[in-house]
Ligand binder design. Structure first.
Ligand SMILES: Cc1ncc(COP(=O)(O)O)c(C=O)c1O
Length: 388
């Protein structure tokens, strides 16, 4: 057979998929694996896509996305973060946040450039970095620091080759959020070492206990070195529609629009109209989803903390609980395999998010309260069996 690229074929497949695939066909298992809302997309949004298609919006559009959507996004940035963003030159609609991250790395990274990211981190960051000829530099973050960068560990990760610093707040998998003081520290370091900040804000709307999402781009002199990644996937239960968006300085955006044209031309057009409807509709719909997540979070976190040998810091944002299982004394991967085989419970090992995730399990609470209660029972039974 002719050759396949080594770089591509050696990219590991994600452990989340492995657990997910193993759980397929086991309808009696309790599953906390997938990182997507269990709600259906709101009817208003679906109707808007249908109407757009009926009205003939089925052709290629501007590579950066339909202008009314970019205008609405600019308004959103202003209302949410007091950011003044030019919809003509600084915004682009992408095929999900994932493509936006890919484009940013492709546009910035030269071979050997280093991309700093937290450990544990969302699984694709290191893989996308390597695919774009960069080197992933993992900066370990700790539970005691709310899984946030500290100035000390961040400075230790910097070398003359550092080019991009990834910030993910609220964070998948840890549920941690960067407060103003952390953001100020990150901003200071980014300016000192002339780094780009790739700020992944896809969970910005899923925050609890009155926590406030602050974009680092809103800090003084940060907009000019920040790329904001965002998406309709999580905020509006629109994972399958594949609509994301990004904000970046015009000079960088111009390059990314060009790459986006080569890769996908533009984001699916009826889906862009659906996204526009999502922004324009009564936001009470997202508020209702958030209320549900908040209830589930409470049940899950309380339940986990009741199990001897398990502890869980309440996540400030996202729909993930990152449970510390170090006291159980069994590696996360082994725990996950045995839980599936012995009690039919599927969760994601912390190691799916890099080696710094060892000793943790990620539970997604984008599942019903009943599923959470049943899962907690199975987890407790399993943990007790370990002690016998
Ligand atoms: C941290 C983070 N960033 C980005 C994404 C990408 O989401 P999408 O491509 O669906 O917009 C995800 C999805 O799980 C995520 O967890």
């Amino acid at each position: 057979m002719p050759k396949i690229s080594r770089r591509a074929s050696q990219t590991p497949s994600s452990k989340i998929r492995r657990v997910f695939n193993k759980s397929l066909g086991h309808d009696d298992w309790v599953k906390f694996t997938v990182g997507e809302p269990d709600f259906d997309t709101d009817q208003t949004i679906i109707e808007a896509a249908y109407q757009a298609a009926l009205m003939g919006n089925t052709h290629y559009v501007h590579n950066a996305g339909i202008f009314p959507l970019r205008q609405q996004l600019a308004k959103k940035f202003y209302e949410d973060q007091h950011l003044t963003v030019n919809p003509e030159t600084e915004l682009m609609v992408t095929n999900g946040g994932t493509e936006a991250i890919y484009l940013a790395l492709q546009a910035i990274v030269e071979p050997g450039d280093e991309v700093i990211m937290p450990g544990p981190q969302w699984t694709p960051y290191p893989m996308l970095t390597t695919l774009n000829h960069g080197k992933a530099v993992i900066c370990k973050v700790h539970e005691k620091d709310g899984f946030q960068y500290t100035e000390e560990n961040l400075r230790r990760s910097i070398t003359p080759n550092s080019r991009i610093l990834i910030l993910n707040s609220p964070c998948n998998p840890t549920g941690g959020m960067a407060g103003r003081s952390t953001l100020e520290m990150v901003a200071k370091v980014a300016k000192e070492f002339d780094l780009w900040v790739l700020s992944d804000e896809v969970y910005e709307k899923l925050v609890y206990d009155g926590n406030e999402h602050i974009s680092i781009a809103s800090l003084p002199e940060m907009k000019e070195r920040t790329i904001i990644i965002n998406s309709f996937s999580k905020s509006y239960a629109m994972t399958g529609w594949r609509v994301g968006f990004m904000m970046a300085p015009a000079a960088l955006m111009q390059v990314m629009v060009k790459l986006h044209e080569l890769e996908t031309s533009c984001c699916n057009v009826p889906a862009q109209y659906a996204a526009l409807a999502a922004l324009n509709m009564d936001q009470v719909v997202t508020g209702r989803m958030l209320e549900q997540y908040a209830k589930r979070r409470e049940i899950l976190v309380k339940g986990l903390n009741r199990i001897s040998g398990v502890s869980c810091v309440p996540p400030k944002g996202t729909f993930y609980a990152f449970a510390n299982v170090k006291e159980l004394g069994v590696p996360s991967d082994e725990l996950v395999e045995r839980m599936m085989d012995e009690v039919g419970l599927a969760v994601v090992p912390g190691t799916a998010f890099g080696e710094d995730g060892e000793g943790f399990l990620r539970f997604s609470f984008a599942v019903s309260e009943k599923t959470i209660e049943e899962g907690l029972e199975r987890f407790e039974t399993f943990v007790k069996s370990l002690r016998q």
